[in-house]
Design a protein around this ligand. Sequence first.
Ligand code: DX5
Ligand code: ZN
Length: 226
Amino acid sequence: MRKDYRIAPSILSADFARLGEEVRDVIAAGADLIHFDVMDNHYVPNLTVGPLVCEALKPHCTVPIDVHLMVKPVDRIIPDFARAGASIISFHPEASEHVDRTLGLIREHGCKAGLVFNPATPLDWLDHVMDKVDLILLMSVNPGFGGQSFIPGALAKLQAVRKRIDASGRDIWLEIDGGVKADNIAAIAAAGADTFVAGSAIFNERDRAAAVARMRQALKQATIGP
Ligand code: DX5
Ligand code: ZN
């Protein structure tokens, strides 16, 4: 078993009227990161929260904040999220005119930089920037909404990215986002993921600690595939 598995509850499925309390609850339940979904009703058909809410949650977050930008354009808002306390900032390559520049901008602001791949986005975007990414995030649903079903094709894509990461020799995190549950997390880990976003599977449960524990238990049984 890999020892560095990380579980990242997505606040998209939290009670937005009690966000600070919700974040503290999942951290107490064992969250390793807080996944912060930013949607603009332009790049994706939904609208969520921005840097002001990130800044407000920061004092409640004793774990890193993992900002997933589903906005277009991305560059203008990156410094705001860095100042608001983000540790990781990820963006979709289709949403940036200059992917290399955006990755550099995130790192210049002291954050880890992540590149996000939609289900139909080819991995070619990685060809020339493997030395500039700290995290690769594969979407296993189309972005915009929580509570969707895991797209099985993401498993083969995870394996392909795992190979690229291992070949690079760099410590790049491989995150999966969308439809992750206790009953599929072992297969997802076996395909090569080490960081697991889970929104509805954690926040829709009354006992968040039990929900996280079920995932950790399933991960213990996971074996790494070829
Ligand atoms: C979807 C978001 C996800 C979402 C995952 O666009 O990026 O982070 O909240 O939710 P679940 O785990 O419910 O699929
Ligand atoms: Zn997300």
